[in-house]
Design a protein around this ligand. Structure first.
Ligand code: NAD
Length: 240
């Protein structure tokens, strides 16, 4: 039996759904009659910056009222106790993995609680609004934007992600629809590189056929059960 040592976990909006943060689908893909794709692009920001800043100011304020759920807590426990390499690659821009206590987290689509200065390139922790064009704490300019990877922009830290996928024995996808690339392609890459692949989701994702196993249910139930199984086996592989 192959032993599992190195794990890559991809999370999406579904892991935060039980914390009360809408997935794309929950919101019907709409925000005040705008398609999300039309708010979350560099073109939208150039066309109507106030609209885009207001959208992100509302999201930034909302996530600070939310709490991690049992799935975030279980992954934080796995992170704390897993002896091998482990990387939680999240598409989420909330901070619920960190607030649950996870350390090995990589935000490939940016973070609501960061602002990015397009004048000096600094990233600053940011909890308040950006609509009033506050000063960048580093250069004093007024060119802050949400530190979010918009549609058409390059996700962050892809080299690190592919490095982790190359070394992974197990790839697990949690709460993602498999619709947004390049994240949607990680399962195929991981599998071709030799990893076992497991999907934990409410329903089958678009790339479901690439997973060796799919477990369906709410993340708050099926993620803690999977983590318990994995840790209970003291490093032995889960029954895929
Ligand atoms: P998505 O909305 O396209 O898909 C969410 C998936 O989660 C769906 O397959 C759905 O069936 C599943 N799901 C819903 N409730 C669940 C639950 N309780 N337990 C388990 N699974 C559940 O989201 P995506 O695949 O992450 O892609 C959309 C993009 O929008 C990503 O970049 C994502 O990060 C971003 N987004 C982020 C947040 C956030 O930061 N919390 C919220 C919305 C969208």
């Amino acid at each position: 039996m192959n032993r599992i040592r190195n794990i890559v976990i991809l999370t999406g909006a579904g892991i935060s759904a039980e914390s009360g943060i809408d997935t794309f689908r929950d919101g019907g893909g709409l925000w005040e009659k705008h398609r999300v794709e039309d708010v979350a692009t560099p073109e939208a920001f150039a066309r109507d910056p106030n609209l885009v800043l207001r959208f992100y100011d509302m999201r930034r304020e909302a996530i600070q009222q939310k709490e991690p759920n049992a799935a975030h807590v279980a992954l934080a426990e796995l992170d704390a106790r897993w002896p091998g390499d482990l990387l939680i690659v999240t598409q989420n821009v909330d901070d619920l993995h960190e607030r649950a206590g996870a350390r090995r987290v990589l935000h490939m689509h940016g973070e609501h609680l960061n602002a990015w200065c397009t004048a000096c390139d600094a990233r600053s922790r940011w909890t308040g609004p950006l609509i009033d064009r506050p000063e960048c704490p580093r250069c004093g300019g007024r060119a802050l934007r949400p530190d979010i990877v918009w549609f058409g922009e390059m996700p962050y830290r892809m080299g690190e992600i592919y490095g982790a996928l190359r070394g992974a024995d197990l790839f697990v996808s949690i709460g993602t629809s498999g619709a947004v690339y390049p994240a949607a392609g990680f399962v195929r890459d991981a599998r071709e590189l030799g990893a076992r692949t497991l999907e934990l989701n409410l329903e089958r994702s678009q790339g479901s056929g690439w997973f060796h196993e799919t477990r369906l249910g709410p993340a708050g139930e099926i993620v803690p059960a999977w983590v318990e199984e994995l840790l209970g086996g003291a490093g032995d592989p889960p029954p895929l």
